[in-house]
Design a protein around this ligand. Structure first.
Ligand code: SAM
Ligand code: SF4
Length: 336
């Protein structure tokens, strides 16, 4: 009886990304400032509220759920949330439960995540150099993350590395990172740095924009690169490196070419729904969630109304070598 979530541009919403906390144990320069003020706890959805919200989306046709943050694995009790969500995998309603993490807590949680039905995990890692890692994450330590990656693979989780492409920072490491991923059977995706937060261009000059076009040209110095037609329904495009057989992803959130197939919406840890990563517009789901007893239509109606307002696309624009459509919101707010 539940009609699927279809937006005004005939896109069916099947993918939900949920930020479960705005907190993090790192302070990556392109994501957070050094001195962050985090939300008071009472603003956050409780784990029970997150469960109810996610379960409502699953009821309305969401098939893929990605948990993110901040750092999702620093939220206290988060494993009970994963365990609880696994019932939707068991019933077949949900096809995939996954997360994006900085890897710092994986040594502790990889086994439990696998037991909860998680099969793939995206781990953010921009450099394999300890000193550079400490510089870009400010508070992170590389060995801890590498142990987390080991634990994830040992637990049976498929690992994908997401590396933010930063000119003059990890440019020269491209062959090393690529070979390292190949040697461990890890997928690799490069992300173009997005104009979020206040200081991506500063922060010790780490956060310089490195276009994926240039990055691709860098690959061509080392490999024969062929384009792959496959798309994931999201912003990633893929190429194959013929010599190693590796499939490399490129996420170019700044180009408009994926909006027409966008199947996703995002929820913040306070229960705001963002139907487009690149637009400021959001709607509050926490009030209807808190106001409605289980079984009432209030929450479902609020979700449908928000989907009914999903914009056609975003306004990021680097085409004239300047940042247009810049967002004041930090990535940690919507979870990327
Ligand atoms: N803490 C987790 C992590 O780092 O994977 C999940 C949240 S983090 C906000 C999600 C992703 O957003 C990470 O891969 C991170 O590198 C990316 N990210 C953060 N700020 C970004 C920016 N300004 N441009 C592009 N990617 C960004
Ligand atoms: Fe934390 Fe992830 Fe943002 Fe880095 S990118 S500060 S790990 S939320």
């Amino acid at each position: 009886m539940n009609a699927p979530l279809i937006d005004p541009f005939a896109r069916t919403i099947t993918y939900l990304r949920v930020s479960v906390t705005d907190r993090c144990d790192f302070r990556c320069v392109y994501c957070m400032s050094e001195n962050m003020t985090f939300l008071p706890k009472k603003e956050l959805l409780t784990l029970e509220e997150l469960d109810r919200l996610c379960s409502t989306f699953v009821k309305l046709g969401v098939r893929k759920l990605r948990i993110t943050g901040g750092e999702p694995l620093v939220r206290r009790g988060i494993m009970t949330f994963f365990q609880s969500m696994s019932r939707h995998l068991d019933s077949g309603a949900l096809q995939e439960l996954t997360l994006t993490t900085n890897g710092s807590q994986l040594e502790k949680y990889a086994k439990d995540l696998f037991a909860a039905g998680v099969r793939r995990v995206n781990i953010s890692l921009d450099t394999l150099d300890e000193e550079k890692f400490a510089r870009v994450t400010r508070w992170g330590r590389l060995p801890q993350v590498l142990r987390g990656i080991d634990a994830a693979q040992k637990a049976g989780l498929r690992v994908k590395i997401n590396a933010v492409a930063l000119k003059g920072f990890n440019e020269a490491e491209l062959p090393d990172i690529t070979r390292w991923c190949a040697s461990r059977d890890i997928d690799l995706t490069w992300i173009e740095v997005m104009p979020m937060g206040e200081d991506i261009g500063d922060a010790n000059r780490i956060g310089q924009f490195w276009s994926l076009k240039e990055l691709r040209a860098e690959y061509e110095k080392h490999y024969t690169v062929s384009d792959l037609a496959e798309r994931s329904g999201g912003p990633a495009r893929y190429v194959r490196l013929e010599e190693s057989g590796q499939k490399i992803g490129f996420i170019t959130p700044l180009s408009h070419n994926f909006c027409e197939s966008c199947n996703r919406v995002r929820i913040t840890c306070t229960g705001e729904i963002y139907t487009c990563l690149g637009q400021e517009g959001s709607a509050d789901l926490r009030s209807p969630l808190r106001a409605s007893p289980e079984g009432s239509d209030l929450l479902e109606n609020a979700i449908r109304a928000a989907i009914g307002d999903k914009p056609k696309g975003h306004d990021f624009d680097y085409s004239r070598q300047e940042v247009g459509g810049t967002m004041s919101r930090h990535m940690s707010h919507t979870g990327g």
